[in-house]
Design a protein around this ligand. Structure first.
Ligand code: TEU
Ligand code: CA
Length: 554
């Protein structure tokens, strides 16, 4: 594996709408982000991924773009964006934008022109089919529920949308579409962007000709995945995109890739892969059910360990994964991966250490460094996430009571990650002086950046220590490139692994509230990190405290 400029970095995802509001309209914005760059630099962040801030009707919170060359006025102006790039550069930081090109917004001019003249140039930018009475072109179910087909306004045609109906799919088979995408990417890279996070990319290649698949629910529809598993040749698009854009700039790209086969890993993230890196979603997709969120299986500590090790083994040294415990599409990692009732400072730090020391590029999602948790909800009225609103209905249709369905949504809603960032214990958690667009988690009085910043025992300080270890010249080589080797794999509620490079590090997490013992094969040289103030030890046997995590140099 060839070394790359971004390997030793630490990345941080910002969800602009919920990060920091500078003008009191209740919506986070670019000037708000600029004002927090010092906070991020202090934490040790090098790469910042911004979820979409382009002009958008915000039907899917910005993942429905109506202009790829501008900034939504609610988030700021292009001058603000230029200032953000310049201020980031001063601090040796890189900015990534979100590349959302499986689909655009139905308010994009391409789509408007397609409605005006479906047989013309822009009709071919989308997947259009003639409308037939009582019959849809295919029986695929969109990710957000219902059929993927919608009437093309003012015409006798229908268009395809694998996500929301306000997100019409772009026809990647059309070279003109691809040219438009490359032109846009290069335009941003010319501006000085560090690269992109690439949204929903596995959906760009459809299996043609379209056909129906076996229905998998009462609604007579089938998951998109049935079609995607038959789609061949995505590599031609992705290779072309790489060559025409990222590669020329040595830009960083991280793909939102799901369901890749082991033999495809080198194609995706090898030395000349389509992307620099891709996210490890092995943990987030664990327990998923074709039936919907209500049927999702709770992940246990042993499952979590297995998922991480599987992903690590699959990639080995063929490439570099991007590791996460959460993002804007997922519940908070600490609420999900720590058994119910056990969420506390120690367990949050343990999860941080286990995740952060995996081989790959660590991505921190805003607020993760504070140990932000899921937000309690009491009714669906409080929910903004279109995905959660659909899954609520799916749960009710399956016979769950309102109370049970609310519980499902509380657990998995994407809003959990989208509540405003908790800066202080003041009004609205210091996120805005106005009315926040989404309810602030009431626990902000306890969990906030101001309280944690100067507290050496806070979750945030622990993240700082993890980041400092990754950057420490003495350990960097091992932390960044060292091979990962699981240990005591069969030991229940224990996750432990070596990182072997020019040094040998041992990462141990006692993934339960009860104590448990491990016997080291030899004495250690040094304790590099510990979420407790002591290590209870007799000879080479350590009696780990509940949720104790230690990183040892062997
Ligand atoms: O998500 C794509 C994705 O694959 C979905 O599985 C997503 O995780 C799911 O809808 C959650 O319920 C990306 C973005 O990250 C997401 O925010 C967007 O809604 C989606 O693409 C459409 O652009
Ligand atoms: Ca604002």
């Amino acid at each position: 594996m060839t070394k790359k400029w971004w390997h030793d970095k630490v990345a941080y995802q910002i969800y602009p709408k919920s990060f920091c509001d500078s003008n009191g309209d209740g919506i986070g914005d670019l000037p708000g982000i600029i004002g927090k760059l010092d906070y991020l630099q202090d934490l040790g962040v090098d790469i910042i991924w911004l979820s979409p801030c382009y002009p958008s009707p915000l039907a899917d919170e910005g993942y429905d773009i109506s202009d790829y060359y501008d900034i939504d006025p609610r988030f700021g102006t292009m001058e603000d964006m230029d200032r953000l790039l310049a201020e980031a550069k001063k601090r040796n930081m890189y900015i990534l934008m979100d590349l959302v090109v499986n689909h655009c917004s139905d308010e994009h001019e391409w789509f408007k022109k397609a409605c005006q003249d479906p047989e013309g140039k822009y009709g071919n930018f989308f997947y259009l089919r003639d409308k037939k009475e009582g019959e849809l072109p295919t029986n695929w179910r969109s990710y957000f529920g219902g059929p993927v087909w919608e009437d093309l306004p003012g015409t006798n045609k229908q268009y395809l949308h694998v996500f929301h109906k306000k997100q019409p799919d772009l026809n990647w088979e059309n070279p003109e579409v691809r040219e438009e995408v490359y032109k846009n990417i290069n335009w941003w890279l010319d501006k000085g962007l560090g690269g992109f996070r690439i949204d929903a990319i596995i959906n760009i290649k459809k299996a043609l000709p379209f056909r129906n698949y076996e229905p998998d629910r009462e609604d007579g529809l089938c998951t998109i995945k049935a079609m995607l598993s038959e789609a061949k040749g995505i590599g031609e698009f992705l290779g072309e995109m790489r060559d025409r854009t990222f590669k020329k700039y040595d830009a960083f790209s991280v793909g939102e890739v799901f369901d890749e086969k082991p033999e495809e890993i080198p194609d995706f993230i090898g030395d000349n892969g389509y992307f620099s890196s891709m996210f490890d979603f092995n943990e987030t997709i664990f327990g998923e059910s074709d039936k919907g969120w209500y049927d999702m299986r709770q992940i246990t500590p042993d499952d979590y360990k297995k998922c991480c090790f599987e992903a690590q083994a699959k990639v080995g040294d063929m490439g570099f994964l991007s590791n996460i415990i959460e993002n804007h599409d997922e519940p908070r990692g600490v609420s999900r991966y720590i058994p119910e009732g056990d969420c506390c400072t120690e367990s949050k730090k343990m999860l941080a250490a286990l995740n952060f020391m995996l081989r790959g590029l660590p991505f921190i999602y805003q607020g993760q460094e504070l140990g932000m948790e899921n937000v309690p909800i009491s009714s669906i009225e409080e929910v903004d996430d279109i995905s959660a609103i659909n899954e609520y209905q799916v749960a009710l249709d399956a016979g769950l009571s309102v109370e049970e369905a609310v519980k499902v949504i509380s657990k998995y809603s994407r809003d959990n990650a989208r509540t405003p960032m908790q800066w202080t214990d003041g009004a609205n958690a210091g996120f805005t002086t106005g009315k926040p667009w989404l309810k602030v988690n009431p626990n902000y009085t306890d969990i906030n950046a101001a309280a944690q910043q100067d507290d050496p025992d806070s979750v945030r300080s622990f993240y700082k220590q993890l980041i400092a270890l990754r950057k420490n010249p003495e350990y960097k080589e091992t932390v960044v490139y060292g091979a990962l080797e699981p240990v005591w794999e069969e030991q229940h509620n224990l996750m432990a692994y070596y990182r072997k490079g020019d040094k040998t590090l041992l990462v141990i997490g006692n993934y339960q509230k009860e104590e448990q013992a491990v016997t080291l094969p030899s004495a250690y040289k040094k304790v590099l990190l510990n979420n407790y103030s002591d290590i209870a030890q007799t000879d080479n046997t350590i009696q780990l405290h509940g949720y104790q995590a230690v990183i040892l140099e062997m």
